[in-house]
Design a protein around this ligand. Structure first.
Ligand SMILES: C[S@@+](CC[C@H](N)C(=O)[O-])C[C@H]1O[C@@H](n2cnc3c(N)ncnc32)[C@H](O)[C@@H]1O
Length: 428
């Protein structure tokens, strides 16, 4: 990222936004956040303009920090990030072994005894974490919680998210280069880093059929359990709230008794949210058999369930809307094209296909701190599924390649939503 700003200009921007965010905290009696313990700041609960000031603070302070650091140190950070020690911290449950009372800390020797690990190895692991502000050593030879390790120790959903990031996504991302070496086209879920790695760990020969990441999750309950908890936690973010689906599309304009089919619709949360507000419509959620078999019974709304794979021809003909929420980003392009083509025999002139999915901004299109998160999730999609978070124009390309009778009506971003709506009409 090119910069023309001087240190002083960057510092002035930091001062301005620090005054905005700090002033808000003071006015509302919110304690100043601390990295060593005590209070932590949940920026997602703040008003949009304060969140913007906080995001700018992160971005500009990072830019200043890295300008001062210089390219060599940035490369060192990039190539030696905290993954190895993070995996050990997770695996040995170290956050949970340190007492929560602020006044308490524990010696390395006591912790070594509790975990059965050599004190010197424990020291190496924990000090590598301390420099990322996970744990702290209040006095030499002793270890205590930082704000981050306390959060890890006390919030089981965060613990599961750490497990997902470190032991699942992180390890898969680390294996991308080897998977690409073997399968450079990266267009099959069974060729992804996750698929290749788990096949090798299970002693499979290269010519044997590999499982997809979805199949691996289904088989391994510890992985699927932490993936579910972490996803549930992330689903609570306002940016992915179902209110954006309910309010972001003109459901009211659909004729009475129109059928909306939600493919890959899980337990039907999306259709239930829309059905509660638009009683003139009918709904069906479709998903794989094992997901449908655990869906709750819904009797108070016109919502049905059907076990159906969207890779097979669509059995429900003539629905007004075929809807996919957060599905396409899990699939390589050629599968997205196939998923659209399986709908064709069921479509009538004027049928709609509605996608709600993440749309990748152009490089530099959003603040750097946000973009880093998005680019990392794009890597996770590649590592797990040989899929990607697409830019808007890629979705148009997928409709065009599936069939030229899909007419893209538009791509709409919704205020505060992390997902966009993309709609196409079947011209018949
Ligand atoms: C990322 S989740 C999205 C779930 C839901 N649409 C939402 O917005 O929360 C992807 C969904 O696709 C489902 N899925 C995966 N492969 C499928 C297939 N071949 N046919 C139907 N559903 C599938 C999964 O079971 C899962 O429920």
């Amino acid at each position: 990222m090119a910069t023309t700003k001087t240190f002083e200009e960057l510092a002035a921007s930091i001062s301005k936004n620090a005054a905005i965010a700090g002033g808000y905290l003071r006015q509302h009696d919110i304690p100043t956040p601390s990295l060593t313990g005590g209070s932590a700041l949940d920026t997602s609960a703040l008003p949009a303009h304060i969140q913007a000031a906080c995001l700018s603070l992160q971005d500009v302070s990072l830019e200043l920090h890295e300008l001062v650091q210089g390219p060599r140190a940035i490369l060192m950070d990039f190539s030696t990030n905290a993954k190895a020690d993070a995996a050990t911290v997770f695996q040995f449950g170290l956050p949970q072994k340190i007492l929560l009372d602020d006044a308490e800390d524990i010696t390395y020797a006591e912790l070594a005894q509790q975990t059965g690990l050599a004190q010197s190895a424990l020291g190496t692991i924990l000090r590598a974490a301390i420099v990322y502000r996970v744990f702290r050593d209040p006095i030499q030879g002793r270890i205590a919680h930082s704000a981050a390790s306390r959060l890890w120790a006390t919030d089981p959903a965060i613990h599961d998210l750490m497990g997902l990031n470190i032991l699942d996504n992180g390890i898969h991302v680390g294996f991308i280069s080897q998977a690409l070496e073997r399968h450079p086209k990266a267009d099959e879920p069974t060729d992804s880093a996750a698929a290749v790695l788990h096949a090798a760990l299970n002693g499979k020969q290269p010519h044997e059929q590999r499982s997809t990441c979805f199949e691996i999750l289904e088989r391994e309950s510890a992985r699927s359990g932490r993936a579910r908890t972490a996803m549930n936690m992330m689903d609570k973010r306002d940016g992915v709230s179902l209110r954006h689906l309910v309010n972001g599309y003109d459901w009211a304009s659909l004729p009475k008794d129109s059928l909306v089919v939600d493919l890959g619709g899980g337990h039907g949360d999306a259709v239930v949210a829309v059905a509660s507000k638009f009683p003139h419509l009918k709904f069906m959620a479709q998903d794989l058999p094992q997901t449908i078999s655990t869906a709750p019974k819904i009797t108070h709304l016109p919502v049905e369930f059907l076990a159906h794979s969207f890779l097979d021809p669509q059995p429900i003909k003539g629905a007004k809307v075929y809807f996919f929420r957060w599905v396409f980003h899990n699939w390589p392009d050629k599968y997205c094209i196939r998923i659209l083509q399986t709908l064709i025999p069921a479509l009538e002139k004027g049928s709609r296909v509605l996608l709600m999915d993440s749309v990748m901004p152009s490089v530099g299109g959003v603040p750097l701190a946000r973009e880093r998160e998005k680019r990392y999730m794009d890597l996770v999609m590649l590592a797990n599924f040989d899929a990607r978070d697409r830019p808007a124009e890629a979705y148009e390309g997928i409709f065009a390649k599936a069939d030229n009778r899909f007419q893209v009506l538009g791509i709409k971003s919704i205020e505060c939503s992390e997902l966009c709506l993309m709609e196409a009409e079947w011209a018949g």
